[in-house]
Write a protein that binds this ligand. Structure first.
Ligand code: ATP
Ligand code: MG
Length: 434
């Protein structure tokens, strides 16, 4: 056991009146009237530490004057409840040990910096209060989602990152030289998940997906984290209900465990709870007429883009499903609707407030002949999909799944303007550094 305690536990009041040791980074400092005020951060919280002349060795007091922002420190002191201190507690310092005196020119000054500068200094910017809050909320979001999957009998399964066959269309594939052969970075676990359900039943994953997105938008990364699930014996309705139950759990867990973070981000927990399922189901056809009524130019058969989704989602105050997309705009494995084979048994979940698509999914084709027909219609080479086609030969069952963009969902929950702030080190069309 370390002799150091977490700042969060000091702020919870459990050490009041006691002598503790904490360690962390100097967030900022000021001095007045023979007292140094240090704000110290350790990843669990931020606390005021005061050092009074005469209470520590004179040389230590003098040396402390030269401490710089982001220096790493170990402090010993007594905990006092103090209403004037941010957080309500302070540590009155009796001893200090400087582990690393930070260089004086910390690049991120307390002044305005443009977005490109902050992206270039992302390795330091992730220490900022806003980034800390978002990254912590992201972690709690995934923790809650995993908890739901575990409580509901899903097994975590991992698929390869290096693959040879596209599942979401060739235009966004990143190719990789794989010895003498060409391979790609995966866009989704989709095809492999369909193989694994015959082994494990209901499964899920949280893994990076890669898309060579050529367009610059506020909602596309080239590398993003994909939370995906696949379930045998499950139809379109079943996969929508699974998502409703998942979101319901995630919203209540976040409201309970991340209330402080949500408040800081301008998303009060009650607002999330109000958006709990059931989520409305709107057919693609109906979307076309809603857009028409709003005067948005949109042709039946096109995919919903950023502009249309922004307009559409302003009409809703909760997430909602758009279902039954035309065949031509969905990947080949989506099952055509038996009652109208021009549309698919598909469903995307759209977030309100102008955010748009956060999950995409639906029922997959399980019939061999139907799959071969769709592969041919899409001009794909059946040879590339030999093993995937095999799955329809040996114990095929109706099945469905979905993929959720972690950063899309976090960006919406946190009300972010740009998806890049929902991940620590964003990969964008023009950025792979730092
Ligand atoms: P879009 O039309 O917005 O590009 P998509 O239809 O290509 O999305 P899917 O292939 O259905 O998306 O992927 C499943 C989910 O992964 C999406 O609902 C979205 O949340 C997320 N996603 C897809 N592409 C990206 C990306 N480039 N960056 C971040 N998240 C993405
Ligand atoms: Mg896309």
């Amino acid at each position: 056991m370390s002799e150091f305690v977490d700042i969060s536990s000091v702020l919870s009041g459990q050490y009041t009146g006691k002598t503790v040791q904490v360690r962390g980074w100097l967030d900022n400092m000021r001095s007045s009237g023979g007292i140094h005020f240090f704000m110290v951060r350790d990843g669990t919280g931020l606390i005021q530490c005061t050092m009074k002349k005469g209470k520590v060795d004179d040389t230590k007091f003098e040396e402390a004057k030269n401490l710089t922002q982001e220096s790493s420190l170990e402090l010993t002191g007594t905990v006092y409840e103090d209403k004037r201190a941010p957080g309500g507690y302070e540590i009155r310092v009796e001893n200090i040990n400087v582990v690393n005196l930070a260089e004086a020119d910390y690049p991120i000054a307390k002044k305005f910096h443009g977005p490109e500068f902050l992206l270039d200094h992302r390795h330091l910017w992730i220490r900022s209060p806003k980034m800390q809050t978002i990254l912590r909320l992201r972690s709690k979001f995934l923790e809650a989602a995993r908890e739901w999957f575990q409580n509901n009998g899903f097994t975590e399964f991992h698929s390869p990152t290096l693959i040879t066959a596209a599942c979401e269309g060739g235009s966004t594939l990143f190719s990789v030289k794989y010895f003498e052969q060409e391979a790609y970075l995966t866009q989704s676990w989709q095809l492999y998940a369909e193989a694994a359900i015959a082994s494990l039943g209901k499964i899920y994953t949280v893994a990076p997906s890669f898309r060579a997105e050529k367009s610059r938008t506020r909602r596309h990364l080239t590398e993003y984290w994909h939370l995906e699930a696949e379930a045998p014996w499950c139809d379109l309705d079943c996969i929508m209900m699974i998502q409703e139950s998942l979101f319901s759990h995630v919203f209540s867990r976040l409201a309970e465990k991340a209330a402080k973070e949500l408040e800081m981000l301008g998303r009060p927990p009650q607002e999330l709870l109000r958006m709990s399922p059931p989520f409305q189901r709107v057919r693609y056809d109906e979307v076309v007429s809603i857009l028409e009524k709003k005067g948005v130019k949109f042709e039946y058969g096109n995919d919903l883009g950023w502009v249309e989704e922004k307009q559409l989602t302003e009409e809703f105050d909760k997430p909602f499903f758009v279902t039954h997309f035309p065949k031509g705009i969905k990947a080949f494995y989506h099952k055509p609707d038996p009652s109208n084979p021009n549309v698919t048994l598909s469903a995307d979940l759209l977030a309100p407030e102008g955010y748009g698509e956060i999950t995409g999914g639906g029922q997959r084709i399980h019939d061999l002949g139907e799959l071969l027909k769709r592969i041919e219609e899409e001009n794909l080479n059946p040879k590339d999909y030999e093993w995937y086609i095999d799955l329809r030969r040996y114990g095929s069952v109706p099945h469905s799944g979905f993929g959720l963009g972690v950063e899309r969902t976090v960006a919406w929950i946190c009300k972010l303007e740009h998806i890049r702030d929902a991940i620590a080190f964003p990969r964008l069309i023009n950025r792979v550094y730092p």
